[in-house]
Ligand binder design. Structure first.
Ligand code: FAD
Length: 290
């Protein structure tokens, strides 16, 4: 199928883009990499009178470290976030998760801001954003505000953005020295959307986990932090047995909805496995640091 007719608006500056959005916010849909939006438009699940294309707007892409934050411009392509030495150094969990997003051709076009705004509960980058308590920067002609990732995602494919706002940056905390990280997912085949994702970061001191962050995606309408699992890790040395124990605890902590294709029990079991695997990766990461 072909999309319904629309007006294509292609501003070149951030101020122009926000002004275009402010003119008719409810009738305007933002186009970033188009990897989710264009298929939805072709199937006419999304119709819009006006498409605001961000691809010609200068200054919306790129990555840089500002203080203790890795600032990722909304139009940064997945592939850049995956391969950038700046990202690998400041937030390796993001770089590792990006490797799992679709295929290279998808990652060449799809953007970090796009996947955040799309807010798919199984998407890899939102899971990392929730795990790390990333900040989502929203801008409109009214000004700029920041939301914690946990407040930005409000349901599957739903976010807290006002219609006249655009996501302009995503801020991830810079990795504390010596911290361990891991990302794991289960997908039916490489490049497919996963059924479940898990992202983990552990801050270490004297061989013990001083503080832990664990989030899973795909086990509910939004990615969620697992507080009980985090507490179970804190003050303890990460071992294979502990990874197994925390995986089991994770499965008990989530209540995924039943669906005709993926039962609640099956998805819970996947949560157990991906959390364990993410922690095992963190363990390997610790070996590399020794
Ligand atoms: C075959 C295939 C496999 C894929 N596999 C995966 C996968 O494994 N994991 C995954 O996460 N994704 C996957 N994707 C989707 C892809 O990663 C997209 O890049 C991503 O979901 C959205 O990014 P985008 O830049 O393409 O956004 P678009 O498709 O352009 O936009 C997506 C939505 O976000 C809104 N939006 C975009 N940018 C902004 C902004 N700056 N401010 C406000 N709203 C905005 C749009 O209006 C739209 O509603 C896959 C896609 C395909 C076709």
């Amino acid at each position: 199928m072909k999309p319904a007719q629309f007006q294509l608006l292609q501003p070149t500056t951030r101020a122009e883009a926000l002004a275009v959005l402010a003119e008719q916010p409810d009738e305007t849909v933002i186009l970033a990499g188009g990897q989710s939006l264009v298929p939805l438009m072709n199937m006419r699940f999304v119709t819009a009178e006006r498409i605001l294309d961000l691809n010609r707007v200068s200054g919306l892409g790129g990555v840089e470290v500002r203080g203790d934050r890795l600032v990722v411009g909304a139009m940064t392509r997945h592939r850049e976030a995956e391969l950038s030495p700046v990202v690998l150094d400041a937030c390796p969990l993001l770089a590792h998760a990006e490797r799992h997003v679709g295929y290279v051709s998808i990652r060449n076009r799809g953007t970090v801001g796009g996947t955040i705004a799309h807010a798919d509960t199984v998407a890899q980058v939102p899971c990392v954003a929730v795990a790390l308590d990333a900040r989502i920067v929203l801008e409109s002609v009214r000004g700029r505000r920041e939301l914690a990732a946990g407040d930005f995602f409000v349901g599957n494919l739903m976010n807290a953005r006002e219609p006249d706002e655009a996501v302009t940056e995503v801020h991830f905390p810079v990795r504390p020295v010596g911290s361990l990280f891991g990302f794991a997912e289960f997908a039916r085949k490489v490049g497919d959307f996963p059924l479940v994702t898990a992202a983990v970061r552990l801050e270490q001191g004297a061989g013990l986990s001083r503080s832990a962050r664990i989030a899973v995606g795909g086990a509910g309408p939004t990615p969620v932090r697992l507080a009980e699992c985090e507490s179970a890790l804190e003050g303890r040395e990460l071992t294979g047995a502990l990874a197994e124990e925390v995986g089991r605890l994770a499965a008990e902590s989530v209540s995924p909805a039943d669906s005709p294709f993926v039962s609640t029990d099956y998805r819970r079991n996947l949560v157990r496995v991906v959390v364990r695997r993410a922690l095992e990766q963190a363990l390997d990461c610790g070996e590399e640091l020794r």
